[in-house]
Design a protein around this ligand. Structure first.
Ligand SMILES: N[C@@H](CCC(=O)N[C@@H](CS)C(=O)NCC(=O)O)C(=O)O
Length: 295
């Protein structure tokens, strides 16, 4: 009797579980925005608009909760990956930590892009030139809060905001998490023994046509500090409840944590769930009726 009911339970659960784990790949996913904290909103808005050519898309002040947000990007939120800057009243600086890598901007003329940043008094930390051990021309600059922005030279550019790079302690573990829990695809993997790192590009489209998450593992480094500056990436989904269900299954295998159970956000016409990957990097899954975009 016990065996019979156990068999029935397995019969019913296994296909459902398999369907559930397949679902993220079929869901309507998109990288929406990256959230991080800055010490002076106007200073960053000026820098991003003048040096990078981003546009200020929207701005909201929430005095009751003592913070303000500004959304900037290279085009409308409906079709572009954007940044959501958070300013907490009275907090003028943050620790970035060594786990955050960079944000990257694709450009057809990297020399011109870097000269513009230089002309505006920006800090160039790596002059344009071929990447170590490769041919792609890159450069690095720092924004006023110390976040690194990479420029990548490309012949054609779709959304210029092309990468968020984070460092992780175990690449295979991260790949499992982002593939299974988030339905991302491995778009490219590079191993550079001469520079002692491996990196993987993960995302929902072609690497040069969408914004991707680049995860880097430096040989032998299993942990990084996260500081308190960088916050999270937001990803669009059709169903936050199902998203959370999948994540909680995958967490059992590779680690991670649900930090916000799925549900509506009071006052906003959207639903979210939030979770940490096995390294502690946060993702917010967001169901996104278009109305939120006009707020
Ligand atoms: N140790 C590096 C590994 C990643 C890496 O080296 N990335 C390449 C860009 S894909 C880079 O920064 N190269 C430096 C250069 O070419 O000067 C890190 O953690 O940032």
């Amino acid at each position: 009797m016990v065996f019979e009911s156990l068999w029935l339970v397995l019969q019913n659960q296994t296909p459902n579980m398999a369907d559930l784990l397949e679902w993220p790949k079929k869901d309507n996913r998109r990288m929406l925005h990256v959230v991080y904290r800055v010490g002076d909103l106007d200073r960053t808005i000026k820098f991003y608009t003048e040096c990078f050519g981003m546009k200020l898309l929207r701005h909201r002040d929430i005095p009751d909760e003592k913070y303000a947000n500004a959304f900037l990007g290279f085009g409308p939120e409906e079709s572009h990956f954007v940044v959501e800057l958070t300013y907490n009243y009275g907090v003028t600086s943050y620790e970035i930590g060594d786990g955050f890598g960079h944000f990257a901007i694709a450009t057809q003329d990297i020399y011109k892009s870097v000269e513009l940043v230089r002309a505006k008094g920006g800090n160039i930390t790596r002059e344009p030139g071929p990447v170590q051990g490769g041919t792609t021309v890159i450069a690095f600059v720092k924004d006023p809060d110390g976040y690194t922005f990479g420029f990548i030279q490309r012949p054609t550019v779709h959304d210029p905001f092309c990468q968020v790079m984070l460092r992780v302690g175990d690449l295979e573990r991260s790949i499992k998490f982002y593939e299974k829990a988030l339905g991302m695809k491995v778009l490219r993997k590079v191993d550079k023994p001469e520079s002692k790192y491996t990196a993987v590009m993960l995302g929902y489209g072609e690497e040069h046509e969408t914004t991707v998450l680049e995860l880097t593992n430096n040989y032998g480094v299993t942990e990084y500090s996260k500081g308190n500056a960088y916050a999270q990436i937001a990803i669009g989904t059709d169903d936050v409840y199902k998203s959370a269900e999948v994540v909680s299954q995958v967490i059992q295998e590779v680690g991670g944590k649900i930090t916000r159970q799925p549900g509506p956000i009071p006052g906003l016409n959207t639903k979210i769930t939030a979770f940490l990957d096995p390294d502690g990097w946060k993702t917010v899954s967001l169901s996104l009726p278009l109305t939120i975009l006009s707020r």
